[in-house]
Write a protein that binds this ligand. Structure first.
Ligand code: FAD
Length: 371
């Protein structure tokens, strides 16, 4: 019985690893040409996903690459008022440590036997028990697992649902080697996440393991074509930064100084999500994990859910090695309930971030008793 996983992201790799731990083989088809073909983005905070790493037999290796101090947080209002500062004590438990996405993906990749991941295989469609790839090749399968992310090409085999735009646009910028180039800004941002919220705009600056501070500027309640009308010239980084500063009227100069210090990388991201509570009638030969199954607003759940999906589907298949249909049903029953709760919470947090007084609301979210 052949298990084919499409997508070597966190979900697909966690599934392959848990199957391997239980003596089951799988093949992962990934469209990227190699593990280094594309930057893997910034930091992830891993909380519920730690269970997946435990099931994968990798929890000690994970703690070795996780950054506990990345749990530090500062929350401010656009006028510069500091509402909350949390510094993580050295002996604090690693409840939500930050990890570099590339390091976590490397940990999973290195834990798999050579040849498990077939790079350069872009899945196009499935027919008659075979996967078909963009280069004309094909491969047989008994169970096809779509772990191919937000714009999954496997998803249409199960549902017509598509991600919808959330009226939220993010522009990602960053300051390289901040300790050396801008020590004053480094001290301001601190060791973890530095959040400025208000007026339908968010600035989230986060220290990465390589000394870069990544900054996401989020613009909420914006129409779907906002990037075209925003006046941000993405092909001219210096002018783009100047325009971003214009889009922050009344923001304290220490925040606009962060934007001024950024390098030439200016990346636009449109934020979309699948409907909350998406399900489909179970099929014995196809299922979905991770963003392919339940893309959510990016508020810290997606990677954790993808890891858990992969691990729990792996455990279900190991428990029913001769009955994939039963394994898929068992996995989907639990996944639908868990991901619906996480998607609902993520949608609520997203609405909160979009509100004019988001910083005060976020403070109440973190400190419901006002302490
Ligand atoms: C800016 C940002 C910050 C985030 N921060 C956090 C965080 O702090 N905590 C958290 O929990 N989540 C976070 N998330 C969400 C998280 O990154 C995703 O939910 C998670 O990566 C989903 O994993 P996945 O394995 O489902 O998909 P992906 O990681 O997207 O992997 C999908 C893989 O499939 C491959 N693929 C796609 N199409 C094909 C095809 N046709 N054929 C073959 N291969 C294909 C892709 O190349 C990719 O390797 C963040 C997201 C963003 C955008």
């Amino acid at each position: 019985m052949t298990i084919a996983i499409v997508g070597a992201g966190l979900g697909g790799l966690a599934l392959a690893r848990v199957l391997h731990v239980h003596g089951m083989d799988a093949v992962v088809y990934e469209r990227e040409a190699s593990r280094d073909a594309r930057g893997q983005g910034g930091m992830l905070d891993i909380h519920s996903g730690q269970r997946a790493l435990r099931e994968a037999g990798l929890i000690d290796e994970f703690y070795a690459i996780a950054r506990g101090e990345g749990q530090d947080m500062r929350l401010l209002e656009p006028d510069g008022t500091l509402l909350l500062q949390e510094d993580t004590p050295d002996d604090a438990p690693l409840a939500r440590p930050e990890v570099d996405r590339a390091d976590l993906r490397d940990l999973l990749l290195d834990s798999l036997p050579d040849g498990t991941v077939r790079w350069g295989h872009a899945f196009v469609h499935a027919a008659d028990g075979a996967l078909h790839f963009a280069d004309g090749g094909s491969a047989p399968y008994d169970l096809l697992v779509g772990a191919d992310g937000a714009n999954s090409r496997v998803r249409p085999l199960l549902t017509d649902a598509r991600p919808a735009h959330l009226g939220h646009h993010v522009v990602e910028v960053g300051i390289p080697d901040i300790d050396r180039t801008h020590p004053d800004l480094a001290a301001m941002v601190g060791r973890g996440t530095y959040w400025v919220l208000g007026g339908g705009i968010s600035l989230a600056a986060q220290r990465n393991g390589d000394g870069r501070v990544r900054i996401g500027l989020g613009f909420y309640n914006t129409p779907e074509d906002w990037f075209a009308t925003s006046g941000i010239p993405f092909d001219d980084p210096a002018a783009a930064k100047a325009r971003l500063i214009d889009l922050l009227p009344g923001w304290h100069p220490r925040f606009t100084a962060l934007i001024e210090a950024c390098d030439e990388m200016v990346v636009p991201r449109s934020i979309t999500a699948l409907p909350v509570g998406l399900t489909w009638p179970s099929r014995p030969d196809v299922t979905l994990i991770g963003d392919a199954a339940h893309l959510m607003p990016p508020v810290g759940e997606g990677a954790n859910m993808a890891l858990l999906d992969g691990a729990l589907l792996g455990l279900a298949l190991a428990a029913h090695p001769d009955d994939f249909a039963a394994a898929v049903r068992e996995y989907e029953r639990e996944m639908f309930e868990r991901s619906t709760a996480a998607a609902r919470m993520s949608a609520d947090l997203h609405t909160l971030l979009a509100s004019p007084d988001a910083a005060r609301k976020m403070l109440a979210f973190f400190q419901p008793d006002g302490d």
